[in-house]
Design a protein around this ligand. Structure first.
Ligand SMILES: NC(=O)c1ccc[n+]([C@@H]2O[C@H](COP(=O)([O-])OP(=O)(O)OC[C@H]3O[C@@H](n4cnc5c(N)ncnc54)[C@H](O)[C@@H]3O)[C@@H](O)[C@H]2O)c1
Ligand SMILES: O=c1ccn([C@@H]2O[C@H](COP(=O)(O)OP(=O)(O)O[C@H]3O[C@H](CO)[C@@H](O)[C@H](O)[C@H]3O)[C@@H](O)[C@H]2O)c(=O)[nH]1
Length: 449
């Protein structure tokens, strides 16, 4: 089938490449000319395991193309996917500016029947507003005769395993206004699952809300565990043991119960805020989600204070090695990464930092440059980036683990001990065994144990 993917970011590029991989002809469209140029030259603008191979293969085989010209792509497509960003607005609402820009551009460019499928995460009612926007532009062009359908198909991929998640989804949700569109979308997505029971056709509104509900539930589990972890510390329990005990109940399950320094990324923080905003607007506030968000904001601060407490609240003259800057392992994405707040607070407290991340250094540098106090600290030489995870340890007072990259899972503790000025480890992701750490001569401070 012929497809236009509008927005070539984490979701658009993965979706476009995977749809091409299953034999479709895909145009990826973006307003970012530099990004499109990079892609045309065979460079992948994001770090996502396995994506480079899929993109290159499909470009070589002529099924995947990149353009800034929407019309060029639309003219040869039946399906038009919208995969642009929906960042948080000032009051937590989803900012739909890019989505409606695209809707207007589709209305201005289309000259034949299309199925417009929103994949961006958008509040209930938005898909129908997209339809109205396209219709208004068509009417304005005197092309009210042109027919089109709209649909909403949420994306559930996780960064760091996006290609695998897309190719082998747990479920495919298809929100449409009519059966014909649902059947066509089922056919398009049937490449990714042989199991009919994994395809959920539903109303557009239900599909829109399914996406927010799933993210909000996962975020709720994480905040629950983070609050539980703080309680565990007070009462002498170990949250990792509690997690194993409770997660073994099939009704609860073991996924997304890991306490740490709070959830980050481009989705959970913004989607929880957006659902809170929608709930308030509808007069049915999500008091649970308000708490989920508050706990998440507190959690990174709680960890920072835990570090400070070891030094009587005074970080001046202390130096720390930081392992990990991305919001989770296997990605270069630092959007809403808890690590960035930790970097800023530690520097504001007077500490000197040496940070290492396998792939996110570039994005972290850009994001941190926007914080004036961090930019000053970089000028003063109080924040440096290392080229490997051992180099940053030389002479530091403690190691702080912020992102659980596989590389950090089983390090050489003897070597680490010999490099550091003091053998202290703050583990923000509960990666190490407290008994082994203590018997290895380390002071080990983790989350909820
Ligand atoms: N990142 C994820 O893991 C993930 C997973 C599921 C759903 N989502 C949702 O998917 C959407 C996209 O997220 P993302 O992380 O891919 O965003 P992103 O910021 O990585 O990419 C968005 C792209 O859209 C482009 N764009 C903006 N306006 C445009 C326009 N008018 N025409 C063409 N291109 C335009 C931008 O230049 C950018 O390249 C969001 O709604 C997000 O909530 C994201
Ligand atoms: O037990 C856990 C699991 C995750 N996290 C944190 O939660 C955040 C989000 O992690 P994850 O969900 O793995 O990554 P995302 O790429 O943000 O994916 C989420 O957001 C996407 C965008 O909406 C959805 O498509 C995915 O289904 C959903 O998992 C990260 O900061 C993790 O460190 C925890 O703290 N504890």
């Amino acid at each position: 089938m012929r497809i236009s993917m509008i927005g070539t970011g984490y979701v658009g590029l993965v979706t476009g490449a995977c749809l091409a991989e299953t034999g479709n002809d895909v145009w990826c469209v973006d307003v970012d000319a530099a990004k499109i140029e990079e892609l045309r030259q065979g460079k992948i603008p994001i770090y996502e395991p396995g994506l480079d191979v899929v993109v290159r293969r499909n470009v070589e085989q002529g099924r995947l193309r990149f353009t800034t010209e929407l019309k060029e792509a639309l003219d040869s497509s039946l399906f038009v996917f919208i995969a642009v960003g929906t960042p948080p607005g000032d009051s937590g609402e989803a900012d739909l500016g890019h989505v409606f820009d695209v809707a207007r551009a589709i209305g201005a460019s289309m000259d034949s029947y299309k199925i417009v499928v929103a994949k961006s995460t958008i509040p209930v009612g938005t898909t129908m507003k997209i339809k109205e926007t396209i219709r208004n532009v068509l009417d304005g062009r005197g092309r009210g005769d042109l027919d089109f359908d709209v649909a909403f198909c949420p994306e559930f991929l996780k960064e760091g395993s996006a290609v695998e998640d897309f190719m082998k989804p747990d479920r495919i949700v298809i929100g449409t206004e009519n059966n014909r569109t649902a059947e066509l979308l089922k056919e398009l997505f049937s490449f990714f699952t042989f199991r009919e029971e994994r395809m959920f056709a539903m109303s557009v509104a239900s599909a829109e809300l399914t996406k927010y509900a799933a993210n909000a539930m996962l975020a709720t589990r994480i905040s629950f565990m983070n609050e539980l972890a703080r309680f565990c510390e007070r009462v002498g329990a170990d949250v990792t043991e509690v997690r194993r005990g409770m997660g073994s109940d099939g009704r609860i399950g073991s996924a997304f119960l890991y306490a740490g320094i709070g959830y980050g990324g481009s989705c959970f923080p913004k989607d929880v805020k957006a659902l809170i905003h929608s709930g308030r607007q509808a007069g049915t506030p999500f008091s649970i989600l308000e708490a989920v968000e508050a706990v998440n904001v507190e959690q990174r601060r709680w960890f920072f204070e835990k570090i400070g407490a070891r030094y009587g609240g005074d970080l001046k003259g202390k130096s720390f090695a930081l392992w990990g800057l991305s919001f989770k392992p296997n990605t270069d994405d630092v959007r809403e990464a808890p690590a960035l707040d930790l970097v800023a607070w530690l520097l504001d407290g007077g500490a000197t930092l040496r940070a290492y991340d396998p792939v996110a250094e570039g994005n972290a540098r850009k994001a941190l440059a926007g914080r004036p106090s961090v930019a000053r600290a970089i000028e003063e030489g109080r924040l440096r980036f290392g080229s490997d995870n051992y180099e940053v340890l030389e002479g530091v007072h403690a190691l702080i683990l912020l992102t659980e990259w596989p590389l950090f899972r089983k390090p050489d503790w003897e070597r680490i001990g010999s490099l550091m000025a003091e053998p202290v480890v703050f583990d923000g992701r509960n990666q190490y065994d407290p008994d082994r750490m203590k018997s290895g001569g380390f002071v080990y401070l983790a989350v909820g144990r």
